[in-house]
Design a protein around this ligand. Structure first.
Ligand code: NDP
Length: 291
């Protein structure tokens, strides 16, 4: 034992991996979960299952929350609100920046400090030196508990005092993750409709994905410089291309919701007069949230 201790509330795949990582490092771990049986393996490794939320909160200053969302946090903690005074809530549940800000105010009203966390790895990355979590909230609290936080992921990235920032950085990653993965499902659907397997297209899919960071860097500089020169690509060319994508999918009889949405954005850019600009001009239309 290190003499250090922590409470973990929420024992989904993430919470269980987090609790296991603390046990691995010799922490005394107190647990609570709505479905208590999910604690069984951890208890057999020496963790203590608190009989109720109050006692889980009372056991330690630092309370890790790993719940589905912030609504679950209120469900769990509201009945035990009196026990929140003096606690540091490290909330690793994902949700919106606005809900993280509201939770920080809610915690402060009850004498607790809220640190927002956004873990960027799946359960298999927990406890690994190269995995990372975004944090935001009081810097002093973050610094004081940094060694404990580094048990969860080896790297910690404090984005600022605004409790919404860690949630924002988490969501920035998720925007890209879900959409990119759906683009991969789309390619697999199209491949299968043509008699190919996911394995057949894996090398090509991987090469395509690996080419993206070069585009990110190239366009980031131009976008921040405020121009969308049509010198290397023109929106009119891109629009023709995404129409080919849409029709290739339609001809194969696979779902067209995703390629149709993409083609719709390009058409709106054309309608807004950007035919001769780069397709990066779509970012202006998307920023304004209007056609
Ligand atoms: P799960 O949704 O599987 O587990 C969530 C936990 O929340 C369970 O312990 C569940 O309790 C509890 N819970 C949900 N609703 C309620 C409620 N109303 N009242 C009480 N308890 C509730 O999530 P994960 O463990 O997979 O992930 C936890 C968080 O981490 C999520 O916010 C997720 O977005 C985030 N995350 C997950 C990643 C992943 O790969 N899994 C990666 C990065 C972040 P019970 O056991 O009783 O159902």
């Amino acid at each position: 034992r290190t003499g250090q201790s922590v409470t973990v509330i929420g024992l989904g795949p993430m919470g269980r991996a987090i609790a296991a990582a603390f046990l691995d490092r010799g922490y005394a771990v107190t647990l609570w979960n709505r479905t208590s049986s999910r604690a069984d393996d951890l208890v057999s490794r020496g963790a203590v299952l608190a009989p109720d939320v109050e006692q889980a909160l009372a056991a330690n200053e630092v309370v890790i929350l790993s719940l589905t969302d912030y609504a679950a946090m209120y469900d769990v903690l509201n009945p035990a609100a009196a026990a929140l005074t003096g606690r540091v809530l490290v909330n690793l549940s994902s949700d919106t920046p606005e809900r993280a800000r509201a939770a920080a105010r809610w915690a402060a009203e009850r004498g607790a400090v809220h640190l927002t966390g956004g873990i960027t790895v799946p359960p298999s990355g927990i406890g690994q030196p190269d995995s990372a979590t975004f944090y935001s909230g009081p810097r002093e609290t973050f610094d004081r508990h940094r060694p404990l936080l580094e048990v969860i992921t080896g790297r910690t990235d404090h984005r600022g005092e605004d409790p919404g920032l860690a949630a924002l950085f988490y969501q920035l990653g998720m925007v890209m993750f879900w959409t990119s993965m759906l683009s991969y499902w789309q390619a697999i659907a199209l491949a299968r409709a043509n008699g190919l397997t996911a394995a057949d297209i894996l090398p090509h899919a991987t090469e395509t994905a690996n080419s993206l960071p070069g585009f990110f860097a190239f366009y980031a500089e131009r976008i921040d410089a405020g121009h969308h020169l049509g010198d290397v690509d023109r929106l009119s060319m891109g629009t023709a291309s995404v129409e080919h994508v849409l029709h290739t999918n339609a001809d194969a009889g696979v779902d067209t919701a995703l390629p149709a949405a993409v083609a719709g954005l390009f058409r709106r850019g054309m309608d807004a007069g950007h035919a001769a600009d780069s397709f990066s001009s779509l970012v202006e239309l998307m920023t304004k949230g209007e056609a």
